[in-house]
Design a protein around this ligand. Structure first.
Ligand code: TYM
Length: 435
């Protein structure tokens, strides 16, 4: 079990130096916040994100083999490829949640999206694909927060009408990941904020000082006050009595939050607040970043068109982006590539295949052949284009099938949801899981 730690205090400390006392420049230079993701700068170049160092400085736990085996035993399902391949690599208190699950006690999933653009990108698919799998294997309710208020507060150029429009579009994108409407509630903060939600927001706000918010997120005095208090709005859905219509009024059902590790600062504070308000602490599962087209030193971002493949791109757009922009780990010419081989760890096309190619054997074979120089960059890119285009095509077909009726049901707080709070471990039924 993870020990209870004063996490806010840890969160604002710089990473410790190397044991030999030399300053750890790489960790100091690496930036991972909800707004910026940048690897350390080495010789003027961005290095790949060092996730082990992040685990150390954020104070989270690595997901190890023993935890994967436990998950498999408990759910009766082979771990999702994101887990098998270490894409979801870190957690907070997952073991505590699994202890509860074993005892037949309920939990729910909570995740979200900040609607900053009309279309989400393929990296955004990662937490939603994973949540769909978790919902299927654990048969649990899921709440999805759309932080239109956050985007309005943080992006000076956006008007309320813009974020409302992005919310409607993004909500439909999210619905296309195939969640069960009878177990899933998707809400926009600007639209849904009601008495139960707001009561938690003010209770949370009262426990977080301005200086803690500034130290955690790096705010300065010229930032608007909405930004400083926004953490309370993102924290509230982690407490179950924000949704009394689903979980009852007590606030005693814990949640599991799958997200990329950039969102962790919000939830470090949320976990501190939970202790103060006597709510269960949320557990977390963190993913690595789906890299930008330019390379593994930064994340794909919807607001940087050069970095992103969007979920609404055409096959031709995907082909052109991968062929012309995707950073290659190959050598300068075919002769050298054949002689020395390529580097899969920095090759963006290979990294995209790690996220989306289901077949472990084929992926292993590609790694072997690219590393030895047998497989050329052009062929690797071709396979990447096929796999990403197929994923996007299937997404777009499901997106077309999202009707106004589907939209209304997911977004309706009072939609009759079948949220039996008894997990299958208590009833000995094995869920059916679609890939
Ligand atoms: P946002 O819109 O920046 O991102 C939505 C979700 O996608 C993850 N993500 C990525 N994952 C992998 N690779 C990437 N390149 C990548 N870019 C983004 C994010 O970590 C996030 O999980 N403030 C939040 C919205 C939010 C939220 C939450 C997120 C509200 N409540 C609870 C997670 C959990 C935001 O702006 O996310």
């Amino acid at each position: 079990m993870t020990a209870a730690t004063p996490e806010t205090v840890e969160a604002v400390q710089p990473a410790p130096p190397h044991p030999d006392g030399t300053p750890d420049t790489a960790t100091q230079d690496q930036v991972v916040t909800p707004w910026e993701v940048k690897g350390a700068e080495v010789d003027g170049k961005l290095a790949a994100i060092d996730y082990n160092k992040l685990v150390e400085s954020f104070g989270t736990r690595l997901i190890d083999e023993a935890l994967l085996e436990r998950l498999e035993k408990l759910t009766g399902q082979k771990p999702h490829r994101f887990l098998r391949r270490g894409m979801f690599f870190s957690h907070r208190d997952l073991t505590v949640l699994l202890d509860r699950y074993e005892q037949g006690k309920p939990f729910y999933l909570y995740t979200g999206r900040g609607p900053s653009s009309g279309s989400m990108h393929v990296g955004h698919a990662v937490p939603f694909i994973f949540c769909k799998w978790l919902q299927d294997v654990f048969q649990v309710p899921l709440v999805i927060q759309l932080t239109d208020d956050e985007k309005f507060l943080f992006k000076q150029e956006l008007k309320i009408a813009d974020v409302e429009k992005f919310t409607r579009e993004n909500a439909r994108d999210i619905m296309a990941f195939g969640f069960d409407p009878e177990k899933t509630f998707i809400f926009s903060n600007l639209e849904y904020m009601n008495a139960a939600f707001y009561k938690n927001v003010v209770k949370i706000s009262k426990t977080i000082t301005t200086s803690v918010s500034k130290a955690t997120f790096g705010f300065v005095d010229s930032d608007n006050v909405g930004k400083i208090g926004f953490v309370s709005v993102q924290a509230a859905p982690a407490f179950s009595n924000t949704f009394p219509q689903i979980f009852g009024p007590k606030g005693d059902v814990p949640c599991l939050i799958p997200c990329a590790i950039d969102q962790d600062p919000y939830f470090r504070l949320t976990r501190d607040v939970a202790t103060k308000l006597k709510y269960p602490k949320p557990a977390l599962l963190h993913s690595k970043f789906f890299p930008a087209l330019q390379g593994p030193g930064t994340k794909m971002s919807a607001s940087d068109v050069n970095s992103a493949i969007y979920l609404h791109d055409t096959p031709n757009q995907i082909k052109k982006k991968v062929n012309t922009k995707a950073f290659s780990g190959g050598r300068d010419n075919v002769e050298e590539h054949k002689k020395y081989g390529g580097n899969c760890d920095v090759d963006v096309s290979f990294q995209y295949l790690r996220f989306f190619l289901e077949d472990d054997e084929e992926l292993g074979d590609i790694r072997k052949r690219y590393t030895s120089g047998d497989l050329l960059t052009g062929h690797l890119k071709q396979r990447c284009i096929e796999v990403v285009s197929e994923m996007v095509k299937e997404f777009q077909e499901r997106r077309k099938a999202v009707t106004d009726e589907t939209y209304k049901n997911f977004m309706n707080p009072d939609f009759p949801r079948k949220v039996s709070m008894k997990p299958p471990s208590a009833t000995n039924t094995k869920p059916e899981v679609k890939k």
